[in-house]
Design a protein. Structure first.
Length: 373
């Protein structure tokens, strides 16, 4: 299998200058470069720069993918617009999920190296969806941070007695960006389900509006001054972050250890597999019943079915002809009359000797059926 790597960077806070784009062009002559984006793929060679350095200097979001399974997501946010103190417990060391403060920004670096990669190439639009995580974090939503901690747990970055960080509300109902993060970074779905069991539900009960109404006149004046002094500031998002910081529902009294979570995962997996087996059994029973109803209907006019089969062969509609022949053979077997089907099919072969493609297709279907038995 050939080597494939993809690098994508986005500038979201401000566009790149002509000078910056020239600097990037010096790094790669083949890359697609615009005021907001850098993209390149490699079948041979590699990017001649460190992604972390490019993020520190130019960009706000980065995605990397290699077809041997390595995935990387980096997000940069202004330090003044995130609650750094609240984020730090979710980035407690290790390789898979790291937080770094540099040049007035917070840089999150998330890496996934699954043991069993699927080798599928992601779509070019993947980073556009994942970059929404920045806005969520800047609004005080700590679910992406907790997912980063789960990623580190999947990578065995913690001892079994290490405790989980505060569990944010709403893990059982992730946003589209958060679901994309789980998929792209291969976060264990059973571990996520176990983690979500310790997460409160998110309720839209007007709490934000009541919190704003309860602010003192001095506090409201301060918010208004921010709106005047920083007209480009997403004030709604800033208010939401402040509200979440003041009223966060974290189940700090019931934090589980990594070992406890993985023990619960084993139970979760057993339940999931049992449920999947039950669904498959119900689906098979339903499919078998539908199949028998179809054969019963076919049995009402067997002669007409044989005439239709001959016509399909003559018209070179071989897919439909093969399917009908399979039905007739199964019906004959169900009626303990397989010899009759064999005799009639021999006669059909004699009459349609010129339709070799049909009989080759019929032989191939029989060969596949035999190999799966």
């Amino acid at each position: 299998m050939s080597e494939y790597q993809c690098y994508e960077f986005l500038a979201l806070e401000r566009q790149l200058t002509d000078k910056q784009m020239a600097e990037l062009r010096a790094i790669s002559t083949r890359a697609e470069i615009s005021p907001t984006r850098f993209w390149n793929e490699y079948q041979w060679g590699d990017l001649k720069a460190k992604p972390a350095k490019l993020m520190e200097r130019y960009f706000d979001a980065h995605l990397y993918f290699a077809n041997w399974g390595s995935h990387r997501l980096m997000l940069r946010m202004p330090s003044a617009r995130v609650n750094v103190k609240a984020l730090k417990p979710y980035f407690a060391g290790g390789h898979a999920a790291r937080l770094k403060q540099v040049r007035g920004h917070v840089l999150l670096d998330l890496v996934s190296n699954p043991e069993e990669p699927d080798y599928d190439e992601p779509s070019r639009g993947a980073l556009a969806k994942l970059s929404a995580l920045r806005a969520e974090l800047m609004k005080g939503d700590l679910r992406p941070a907790y997912l980063a901690w789960l990623l580190a747990a999947c990578a065995d970055d913690f001892d079994e007695d290490a405790k989980e960080p505060p569990v944010p509300a709403g893990l059982g109902k992730l946003t589209a960006a958060q679901k994309a993060m789980v998929e792209f970074l291969n976060i264990d779905l059973d571990l996520l389900a176990v983690a979500a069991s310790g997460s409160a539900a998110v309720t839209d009960d007007g709490a934000l509006q009541r919190w704003v109404a309860a602010l003192s006149g001095k506090e409201k004046d301060a918010w208004l001054r921010r709106a005047v002094e920083q007209p480009d500031l997403a004030l709604g998002g800033e208010l939401l972050r402040a509200f979440r910081a003041a009223s966060r529902d974290e189940r700090s009294g019931t934090r589980r250890t990594v070992g406890e979570l993985w023990a619960l995962v084993e139970t979760q997996r057993a339940k999931r597999k049992e449920a999947e087996a039950a669904r498959e059994k119900r689906a098979k029973v339903a499919a078998d019943a539908a199949r028998q109803r179809h054969l019963t209907q076919l049995a009402r006019d067997v002669e007409g079915a044989w005439s239709k089969l001959e016509k399909l062969v003559e018209e070179r509609d071989y897919d439909a002809a093969v399917n009908l022949a399979v039905d007739l053979r199964e019906l004959a077997t169900r009626s303990a009359n397989a010899a009759d089907f064999t005799q009639r099919f021999k006669m059909l072969r004699k009459r349609q000797l010129r339709r070799r493609a049909f009989f080759q297709q019929w032989s191939a279907v029989n060969a596949r059926a035999s190999s799966t038995q």
